[in-house]
Design a protein around this ligand. Structure first.
Ligand code: ADP
Ligand code: MG
Length: 573
């Protein structure tokens, strides 16, 4: 039964001065004039994780026109926009001077540069709902009832009204946000038909403010992107209309050039091009094939039962590379595992930056081949596999290179960056390749293997228990998933962009364990990941938690697989 605001106000003033646990009684739902407030969880003390609340506004009151949420791209963008609006109003309304611990806090996570599906805002044809946290005020451990009433009964209605009612929002900004997302999704969906794996619009701003600030670099020194003529294509978008830019064709593409000329900046933008960006970001119309995965070396990582034979065979200790396992991978074995794991779950575009790759996995030049015969070298370098991947498997690669010209022979497209300006140098590079033969011979004898060893994860190798808790799952920034007593290091998983994704992946692992894994290893990794993604597709991010939590942000199958693969207790059959 829903109660009135006045009941809540009276209740809060009645418990003023009492011990903190008396707050527990305010759990329940309350009818405000414009919305319903659900107090789902009340914190145990002022220093504990804050209380969890939801405010639900009926669509008849919120009045979002159907065109703001009818289309799936626009619905996600609307939710993202409302999360930004709600978080921003909370920041100004939150009054942390209201007592000890988290007293006075009203908050929702502020999204970054990407437009993503977020459980903090839910929009249905019937209502708009915000899920947020509140620090119920206390002095010491005594309830401050009147400030609590001011927060919940006076401040909160203002926040809700400002952020969740259509006519109170900046509707021009909202329209731009929705249109940007729809255009980007449209553009990405066109890539395949155009024979492309990526597109970078003319005029895009790629560089970021700093390594820890993802907003666009500003100032007159920024060189806007300008496509090389031979690679220029024009696309037609629902809102932006005709847009020209550089199309990166399927196949093998090199991005070359001197140090500090903007190569990695382009690759980083392509990594993020699997997501949509907010207006003003500069990368709104920079897209990559949705399944693109950034690959790097990651020595020290754990690897469990991965078939890395396409790259590594005959290890000196006689260890199997058909089901390679190690608690401490080397640069080359970690990178080989990263590639095979990405391909295992359907990656169709590999993104590699020479700076973060293992040199010996990338290249073995003629002199090294002459001195160290093949029998003494377990590695088949990527340069000898990259064409095969493209020709036989339909898997494209984009490589940033500054040091190795041996790739000229195997590339389809070569783009040179000179002071941030790209040029198509494919023909020149092919001439150089003809004039200066590498003298090396391919180390590949057969085709890319038709079948690889399957991996069937065992449910009991995932244990979410910690202390007295049956399930303890948390995210630690973009660095780690805390799963039970295990800390899964995801700091080298480049395409995680929001802490909410890390938390969601933690829950998704548990869902996978409970529902889609068995003790004997029933499904393979690809099937498990697919099943989890299907569950979220059907039931939304709420599939991840029994509580209606605002903590989660949508993630891709590749990052879910990446977390599973890095779990140090994982066992596969
Ligand atoms: P590379 O990988 O070729 O060595 P980076 O991509 O790391 O070079 O870029 C070097 C520096 O130049 C970075 O600080 C980056 O922010 C800046 N930069 C990149 N692209 C541009 C651009 N279009 N305009 C201005 N500065 C840029
Ligand atoms: Mg670089």
């Amino acid at each position: 039964m829903s109660q009135t605001v006045e009941t809540l106000r009276q209740h809060l003033s009645r418990i003023d001065g009492k011990g903190y646990p008396a707050y527990k009684d305010i759990r329940g739902s309350y009818t405000f004039s414009d919305f319903t407030l659900f107090i789902d969880h009340v914190q145990g003390d002022p220093f504990a994780a804050p209380s969890r609340l939801r405010a639900r506004v009926a669509m008849g009151v919120a009045q979002f026109p159907p065109e703001t949420h009818a289309h799936p791209s626009r619905l996600i963008a609307l939710r993202d926009f409302l999360a930004r609006a709600f978080a921003a109003v909370c920041r100004t309304a939150s009054d942390r001077s209201r007592g000890s611990g988290k007293s006075g806090l009203i908050a929702m996570d502020m999204p970054g540069q990407e437009i993503l599906e977020r459980s903090s805002i839910v929009v249905t044809p019937e209502y708009v709902e915000a899920r947020f946290v509140v620090g119920l005020p206390a002095r010491g451990r005594r309830i401050l009832g009147r400030p609590a009433a001011a927060m919940l009964c006076d401040d909160l209605p203002q926040i809700v009204t400002a952020a969740l009612i259509y006519q109170n929002l900046n509707t021009k900004q909202l329209t731009a946000h929705l249109n940007a997302a729809e255009d980007t999704d449209h553009l990405r969906s066109q890539l395949d038909a155009l024979g492309l794996v990526a597109f970078v619009a003319d005029g895009a701003h790629l560089p970021r403010r700093s390594g820890v600030d993802d907003r666009p670099l500003q100032g007159s020194e920024v060189v806007p992107f300008h496509s090389p003529e031979p690679l220029r294509v024009t696309v037609d978008l629902p809102h932006a209309g005709q847009v020209s830019g550089m199309g990166i064709p399927m196949g093998v593409t090199l991005i070359i050039g001197g140090g500090y000329h903007g190569k990695s900046t382009l690759l980083n933008a392509l990594e993020r091009g699997v997501y949509n960006h907010i207006p003003g970001d500069g990368r709104e119309l920079v897209v990559a094939e949705a399944s693109a995965v950034k690959i790097r070396a990651e020595d020290g990582r754990r690897v469990e039962g991965v078939d890395i034979r396409p790259f590594i065979n005959n290890l000196p200790n006689g260890q199997s590379t058909a089901a390679f396992r190690t608690d401490n991978a080397s640069g080359s074995t970690s990178q080989a595992a990263n590639m095979m794991e990405a391909l295992e779950v359907g990656c169709r575009l590999l993104l590699l930056d020479e700076d973060t790759c293992a040199t010996n996995l990338m290249i073995r030049d003629a002199r090294m081949q002459a001195l160290v015969e093949k029998a003494g070298e377990p590695i088949t370098p990527f340069v000898d596999r990259v064409r095969q991947l493209a020709n036989e498997q339909g898997i494209s690669s984009i490589l940033v290179l500054g040091g190795s010209g041996d790739y000229f022979d195997v590339a389809d497209t070569i783009i040179r960056f000179d002071t941030y300006r790209p040029r198509d140098v494919t023909a020149e590079a092919k001439t150089v390749a003809a004039q200066h033969p590498t003298g090396r011979h391919s180390e590949v004898t057969g085709p890319w293997p038709a079948t690889l060893s399957p991996r069937l994860p065992l449910a009991e190798s995932l244990d979410p228990r910690k202390g007295r808790r049956a399930v303890s799952i948390k995210g630690r920034a973009l660095r780690a998933v805390l799963f039970g007593r295990e800390e899964i290091d995801v700091s080298d998983v480049a395409q995680l962009v929001d802490e909410g994704q890390v938390r969601a992946i933690g829950q998704a692992l548990n869902l996978a364990r409970e529902r889609f894994m068995t003790g004997r290893g029933g499904r393979d990794v690809a099937a498990i990941v697919k099943a989890v993604m299907g569950e979220i597709e059907t039931n939304g991010l709420d599939a991840l938690d029994t509580r209606q939590s605002g903590d989660y942000v949508a993630f891709r199958p590749y990052e879910l697989a990446a977390a599973l693969n890095r779990l140090r207790t994982l066992k596969v059959r």
